[in-house]
Design a protein around this ligand. Structure first.
Ligand code: AMP
Length: 198
């Protein structure tokens, strides 16, 4: 880790992982502003494309509404172009990507090409029953089309099957930083910044 006169610099190429409803989006926005790095949410980019009725949006919608993952190739290409933008050169916080082992490989290759690598992976640990309740409440408040009880259960099942294996990969690399996501929003932010040395 590089150091500055004020002490160790905070890690800047980051991921945040956790099941749907863990609070990734909320925390990503806070970490992004604290560290002045862009929060890049694949879910948000897909939703913007769905609203804009782009070709990508039409394709993504068919998967999102079923609670399934958009195919890796489509998602990887979208992230590759986003990470190539100027604002992501000094760091970024990816939210909701990678979500499959194939996406981990794709991200490794993208960063490798750019001569960089991940600094840390933040994991929000939450209770699965509690997140179902949170998502049902969010669906009622925000009207997200995939926050219906059936789709929520499907998304959690897909997360457990396809995304939990990533935890082991990043743990073996020594990058995983686990944080209790059941505490208050402020406490979780404090804990995340602390594990980042920020
Ligand atoms: P999120 O907002 O992160 O919960 O994502 C909402 C939906 O977008 C997911 O249920 C997937 O259908 C799709 N999505 C978001 N990120 C990815 C990804 N990395 N890979 C595949 N599909 C994704």
């Amino acid at each position: 880790m590089t150091t500055t006169p004020d002490g160790p610099a905070a890690a800047r190429r980051l991921l945040i992982v956790g099941p749907p409803g863990a609070g990734k989006g909320t925390q990503a926005a806070r970490i992004s502003s604290a560290l002045s790095i862009p929060a890049i949410s694949t879910g948000d980019i897909f939703r913007a494309n769905v609203s804009g009725e782009t070709e990508l949006g039409v394709l993504a919608k068919s998967y999102i509404d079923k609670g399934e993952y958009v195919p890796d190739e489509v998602t990887n290409d979208m992230v590759r172009s986003r990470l190539a933008e100027d604002d992501a050169q000094a760091g970024f916080l990816l939210d909701g990507y990678p979500r499959t082992l194939a996406q981990v490989d794709a991200l490794d290759a993208m960063l490798d090409e750019a001569g960089s690598a991940l600094d840390a992976v933040l994991m929000l640990e939450v209770d699965y029953d509690a997140v179902v309740e949170r998502l049902i409440a969010r669906g009622a408040e925000q009207g997200r089309s995939d926050d219906t009880e059936e789709t929520i259960r499907k998304r959690i099942e897909v997360y457990r099957e396809q995304t939990t294996p990533l935890v082991e990969v990043y743990e073996k690399r020594g990058l995983l930083r686990r944080v209790d996501g059941m505490r208050s929003i402020d406490d979780v932010t404090t804990a995340l910044l602390q594990v980042l040395g920020a």
